[in-house]
Design a protein around this ligand. Structure first.
Ligand code: BGC
Length: 743
């Protein structure tokens, strides 16, 4: 008898009818019962309520139904089930941007492993994470789900996360492949991008993640790239992903993505999710008319079977629905503290050292934003506010002020409409800051030792942020100005905490605060984690994964963001009516610090920046050779010369020589490492291995990665603009690396 696991994959495929094969290529439909989930599509029969989707079983051949759930900040399932009082919560970890800010691959691997544990214990086979599109522009609505503006940092973080997740026997889905950097018109957006930028920036992180972590699945994206839906593009899904990079897993569509089902199947998009009856009909018709050959169907089904073989469900894993949430909470807190970035700390006002009570201003001091919205959100059991975190850390908080804020928040929340369906999935309008009476601010300044002002921002699926969201609004600016004046006139400090999912403008107002901490959206343990840093329990060691520009217009992408409308609506699945648009990535490779550094633009804070309560030196830079043959090892000594124990991140940038006017960035991140916790006076030697690819750029005219001959400068820094040591080496002759799939 033919059965999966006992017979070869080929035999199992051969034992199926054509109808059975086609059925396996689409999922069962979308869930309508997940709290906060969309109410579109058909109801699937749910083994895990609130999961994003599942595949069909074929019992006669021993093929199980696989369950897939989001997402990048934690396992997204419904906490409540009909007829049960039990709650099924998963941990809301910090957002991906915060995890990237840790620059700590071992930590991110641990976090991935905790996600894997929770997913497995809830009966999930594939977690729809990590997401690693590039932070091309600060207004990207899903930037919080993604790691960084730099592809090496993104790719390394994704790879670490996948290794951790899959170590638990649960599959990852690296998404959204590729160039899904913005949300507006996402179902139809045509991204016009040149081959060099595609290779060096947008594909690069995926290439690293595929090669270094072998994810079980890759999710193709909604958008088109140069006129073709990625889910229908054989060059991307088969020639680059599989033939060039050696990927042997499954490719799944994003939910309802693309238009031409037969083209998706042919291109190597193995599984269509969440799956519709129409897709099944279309595939059947394409096969009958000869427009689609059965060999493509067989290949895709075989990929699904290989995935099934690895799955916990196939192994009949007896999940208990009782993951170890206590351990996850500890890790959520620890990882959050490690990714907080201290941007400024004048006169060492931080950490607070028990000097008296603290006045907390801003709605989000009492209602911290744990994460963004949409599929990247988690149905968490709780979220610790900053007030709770500080009090738990032993600090005193102004309770009168707190009471005023609480009353404001309660009454404003009561007025908010109850959202259902897609609206519940999208960001809510923020609660405006209340206008505080002058007397209240003055009294608070009299009786407290310092002020903490929290500024919050949220965003999520379907929409990018507005330009106004990048700036503080009038209410926030007025609050900031008044609190700053009141406290500073009494020689008391004011600290600002940015509770954000993406970059905001800081240059125009940062002089009004003494310290500035980017706490990102730090997950359900956020209040504890921010308090750990403010109170000095943990020395901040996060470094920016994005540049903080002076103004949005300092970035080239500002010129034509979010693109132009070009025609009539073409969306297939009927969820949101959209107008198709296209966006030309005129900035090419000049994204983030690559542009800002090379063209000497002033920035508020550069890529890689972040202060510590300690100080570090980087000395004794040593190269294994002055001439590059096949690889090179660099090492540097990092020493803690400060008074607190702390961690430093050594960032290795390369300046490559150019030939024939082929422009290259003045710095490109090629390696990085974080030290262990160094006590005052302690040091650690970090080393980095560079390969030929680390010297190369993509030359589109040759269709290859090329490392030009000449002198290279290797720079080790504490940020992309704080280079502490550099050394030169030579490449004797130009080297062309073959094997890239043609454009
Ligand atoms: C998102 C994906 C997500 C999927 C399933 C889509 O709307 O773009 O990131 O994994 O839904 O929820």
């Amino acid at each position: 008898m033919t059965r999966l696991g006992q017979s070869s994959i080929e035999d199992v495929v051969a034992a199926m009818t054509l109808e059975e094969k086609v059925r396996l290529l689409r999922g069962k439909g979308v869930s309508i019962s997940g709290e906060g989930g969309p109410t579109v599509g058909v109801k699937m029969d749910e083994r895990v309520p609130g999961a994003a989707g599942s595949t069909f079983a074929l019992e006669r051949l021993g093929i199980p139904s696989l369950v897939m759930a989001d997402g990048p900040a934690g396992v997204r399932i419904a906490p409540q089930r009909e007829g049960s009082d039990v709650r099924f919560h998963a941990t809301a970890f910090p957002i991906a941007t915060l995890l990237a800010s840790t620059w700590d691959q071992a930590l991110v691997e641990d976090v991935g492993s905790a996600f894997g544990h929770e997913a497995k214990e809830y009966g999930i086979d594939v977690l729809l994470a990590p997401a690693l599109n590039l932070h091309r522009f600060p207004l990207g609505g899903r930037n919080f789900e993604y790691y960084a503006e730099d592809p090496l940092l993104s790719g390394k973080m994704a790879a670490a996360f996948v290794r951790g997740l899959q170590s638990q026997g649960v599959g990852a889905s690296i998404k959204h492949f590729v160039a899904n950097n913005h949300e507006w018109n996402r179902f139809a957006m045509d991204v016009k991008v040149d081959e060099r930028a595609l290779r060096e920036l947008y594909l690069r992180g995926f290439e690293i993640a595929v090669k270094e972590s072998q994810p079980w699945t890759v999710m193709s994206s909604y958008n088109k790239v140069n006129g073709e839906y990625t889910s229908e593009c054989a060059r991307l899904l088969t020639r680059i992903l599989r033939e060039e990079w050696g990927y042997d897993g499954l490719v799944v569509t994003d939910w309802f993505a693309g238009q031409d089902v037969a083209a998706q199947v042919r291109a190597g998009n193995d599984l269509l999710m969440p799956g519709t009856d129409a897709e099944e009909t279309e595939i059947g018709e394409a096969l009958a008319s000869g427009a689609l050959e059965e060999a493509s169907v067989d290949r895709n089904v075989a990929n699904l079977l290989r995935l099934a073989l690895k799955s916990p469900t196939f192994a009949a894993y007896a999940y208990g629905e009782r993951p170890d949430l206590a351990s996850s909470a500890v890790l959520a807190r620890r990882s959050a503290t490690e990714g907080m970035v201290l941007l400024k700390n004048d006169a060492g006002v931080l950490p607070f050292a028990g000097q008296g009570s603290l006045a907390l201003f801003g709605n989000h001091a009492y209602d911290l934003i744990a994460g963004g919205t949409g599929s990247g959100d988690v149905n968490k059991a709780y979220s610790v506010s900053l007030r709770e975190g500080l009090e738990a850390g032993g600090a005193k908080v102004d309770t009168d002020l707190a009471a005023q804020y609480q009353a404001h928040l309660d009454s404003e929340k009561a007025k908010q409409p109850k959202l259902t369906g897609l609206a519940a999935f999208m960001p809510k309008s923020p609660i405006v800051e209340m206008t505080l009476a002058s007397e209240l601010i003055e009294t608070a300044a009299d009786r407290n030792a310092a002020a903490i002002l929290v500024i919050g921002r949220t965003s999520g699926e379907f929409a990018d942020r507005e330009a106004s969201d990048f700036l503080l609004d009038n209410g926030e600016l007025s609050l900031l100005g008044r609190v700053s004046r009141a406290f500073r006139s009494r020689r008391k400090p004011i600290v600002c905490v940015l509770n954000i999912g993406g970059v905001v403008e800081v240059a125009s107002w940062r002089d009004k605060v003494d310290a500035l901490l980017v706490a990102w959206q730090p997950g359900q343990e956020g209040g504890h984690a921010v308090a750990d840093v403010l109170l000095g329990e943990v020395n901040p060691s996060g470094r920016l994964p994005d540049s903080f520009p002076m103004m949005l217009s300092d970035l080239l992408a500002a010129e034509n963001f979010p693109g132009v409308a070009t025609g009539e609506a073409t969306m297939r699945a009927g969820a949101v009516p959209v107008t198709p648009s296209e966006i030309e990535y005129r900035d090419g490779i000049w994204v983030g610090y690559r542009y800002l550094n090379t063209f000497d633009k002033e920035v508020a804070y550069p890529f890689g920046h972040g202060l510590s309560y300690a100080e570090f030196t980087m000395t004794d830079l040593d190269l294994s050779s002055e001439s590059f043959e096949d690889e090179l090892v660099a090492s540097v000594k990092v020493a803690n010369t400060g008074a607190h124990a702390g961690k430093e991140v050594a960032q290795v940038y390369i300046s490559a020589p150019s030939s024939d006017g082929f422009e290259k960035p003045s710095e490109e991140l090629r390696a990085f490492a974080k030290t262990r916790l160094l006590s005052p006076g302690e040091s650690q030697v970090l080393s980095f291995r560079l390969t030929l690819r680390d010297l190369a750029s993509f030359d589109a005219t040759r269709g290859s990665w090329v490392a030009d001959s000449g002198t290279y400068v290797l720079k080790v820094g504490a940020s992309s603009r704080d280079i502490r040591a550099s050394a030169r080496f030579r490449l004797a002759s130009t080297r062309v690396i073959g094997g890239a799939a043609k454009a």
